[in-house]
Design a protein around this ligand. Structure first.
Ligand code: GAR
Length: 211
């Protein structure tokens, strides 16, 4: 059984997609140990508690400085001892010491086709605003392993989504969630929980013989 901890900042629709997939048996071999949010008002904490999952608030605002937060956050994660940390719309930079301790065991969902529209300043609705500003015709979402870089770890899966002429950032964000994110993240978790993926020379591959 893969024990996961999900980190969320906002609405938590990706968390909901994961919870629904577990309930429906589309994710197997997974136990959700806790949901962590940096935002007391996050609907995600309510979604977690409604599912009987501990919802934990960890906000940088409650610590003297970022170093103190980084230490406390990492200690809390060690206490929760997940096999996999899932960043499902978590807009706080992961402490370097946590990346090191959980190397190869943190995944993130990003609302664009990495390496486009990612890195510093590209998160949440801002990604879709920049996509529309640039006028690209195809966007999408990416699930990847987290390393010490920003949106730079090995890519697990991507899905493309068309941009329409009259899109607003909000309309496009919703389409990317529906057509890409809510499918990709549960699938990636199920693949990891069932041993279907391996990383070879920095690239994620499907293990032979595993459908
Ligand atoms: C999602 O679109 C997710 O991909 C994005 O934040 C949103 C959270 O929505 N994450 C990032 O931008 C990370 N760089 P949700 O709380 O409804 O799942």
């Amino acid at each position: 059984m893969l024990r996961i901890v999900v980190c969320v900042s906002g609405g938590g629709t990706n968390l909901q997609a994961v919870l629904d997939a577990v309930d429906a048996g589309r994710i197997t071999n997974v136990e959700i140990g806790a949901v962590i949010s940096n935002n007391a008002g996050a609907k995600a904490l309510t979604r977690a508690r409604e599912h009987g999952i501990p919802g934990i608030l960890m906000s940088p605002k409650e610590y003297a400085d970022r170093e103190a937060f980084n230490r406390a956050f990492t200690e809390e994660m060690v206490r929760l001892h997940p096999d996999l940390v899932v960043l499902a719309g978590f807009l706080v930079r992961i402490p370097p010491q946590m990346v090191e301790k959980f190397s190869g065991r943190i995944i993130n969902i990003h609302p664009s086709l990495i390496p486009s529209f990612c890195g510093v300043g590209y998160y949440g609705i801002k990604v879709h605003e920049k996509v529309l500003e640039r006028g690209v015709k195809v966007t999408g979402a990416t699930v990847h392993f987290v390393n010490e870089g920003m949106d730079e770890g090995p890519i697990i899966a991507q899905r493309a989504v068309y941009v329409e002429d009259d899109d607003t950032p909000e309309i496009l964000q919703r389409r990317v969630m529906e057509q890409a994110e809510w499918l990709l993240l549960p699938q990636a978790i199920d693949d990891i929980a069932n041993g279907r993926l391996e990383v070879v020379d920095g690239h994620v591959r499907r293990r032979e013989g595993r459908a």
